[in-house]
Design a protein. Structure first.
Length: 310
């Protein structure tokens, strides 16, 4: 049975995530300590005891979710399960940085600092209130691409996330995104709702953030991953450090091709997906994309025990 480790993106954060792992595994606790040091603050206290509004700020949610995923990886390693046991790793949006840290491309400290920078740059790229994102359920990707183009007019409206066969997210100028939700409902969408996000991620409006990431990625060591990573923009396996760096820059304005990425992994022999870190959103998407694939969540000591017993 071939498996892939997949890592969640923004929206999965909860207060207290990862604490049970840190209490049960010294190696998991050390991840949070490493992130505290890298960000020069008691960041773990925010994750475990803070308020959800502060944790949900983009510059906090991104490194926090990576820390929780890496704590789960260290706990798995303590039980004898290695990333090298997987055929591929992949992550949803910021989850790519978790996947890359798990595969040894970035250190945990570098990943934390990169995500703090990425979060701030994405937030600062567009004034608050000017951009928006909306999730649309019940329409396929081609239909949503046409609707986004029609809604854009002289503004920006793009399909930012192609998550599963009937879930797509549009991003861009607020008025254009609102027009897209109306058009989607007229086209028969089951739901079309604005998301509670502070910026329009994964669209052309994020160009200043992409430029900032190009600068900071030049300052960190990018190593070849120990297993290939299926990156959002490419939707296929990549191992070359220079290519990984370029795709991470493109990802800021580019599309999260999650459906295609999962299909690619299944087509290359993956039969089981382990969602490592907070939440279960990716597992739900995967079941809708590849009904024959098994999914498993790795976010607590109990999850790890169940995985080992299985």
């Amino acid at each position: 049975m071939s498996k892939a480790f997949v890592f969640p993106g923004q929206g999965a954060q909860t207060i207290g995530m990862g604490r049970a792992l840190a209490d049960a595994y010294p190696s998991a606790r050390s991840v949070f300590e490493e992130v505290d040091d890298a960000l020069d603050e008691k960041f773990s206290a925010l994750i475990w005891e803070g308020d959800i509004e502060t944790l949900t700020l983009t510059e906090n949610a991104q490194p926090a979710l990576m820390a929780t995923s890496m704590a789960a990886i260290r706990a798995l390693e303590a039980e004898g399960v290695s990333v090298s046991d997987a055929s591929f790793v992949a992550g949803h949006s910021l989850g790519e940085y978790s996947a890359l840290a798990a595969a040894g491309t970035f250190s945990v400290a570098d990943a934390a600092q990169l995500l703090r920078t990425r979060g701030l740059a994405m937030q600062q790229a567009v004034p608050v209130g000017q951009g928006a994102m909306a999730a649309v359920l019940g329409l396929d990707f081609d239909t949503m691409t046409e609707i986004a183009a029609k809604a854009a007019g002289d503004q920006v409206c793009q399909v930012a996330n192609a998550n599963d066969p009937s879930q797509n997210v549009v991003s861009g100028d607020k008025e254009a995104v609102e027009r897209a939700t109306v058009l989607a409902k007229e086209a028969g969408a089951k739901r079309a709702l604005l998301l509670p996000v502070s910026a329009p991620f994964h669209c052309a409006l994020m160009a200043p953030a992409a430029d900032r990431m190009a600068e900071v990625l030049e300052t960190v060591e990018v190593r070849a991953p120990i297993v290939p990573i299926v990156l959002n923009v490419a939707a296929e396996a990549v191992s070359d450090p220079a290519e990984i760096k370029q795709l991470l820059i493109r990802q800021v304005t580019g599309q999260v091709r999650w459906k295609t990425s999962v299909e690619w992994m299944v087509g290359h022999g993956v039969t089981e997906f382990w969602e490592v870190g907070a939440g279960k959103a990716l597992s739900g998407m995967i079941r809708r994309i590849a009904k024959e694939a098994a999914t498993r969540n790795i976010g607590t000591p109990e999850d790890i025990k169940a995985a080992l017993e299985a």
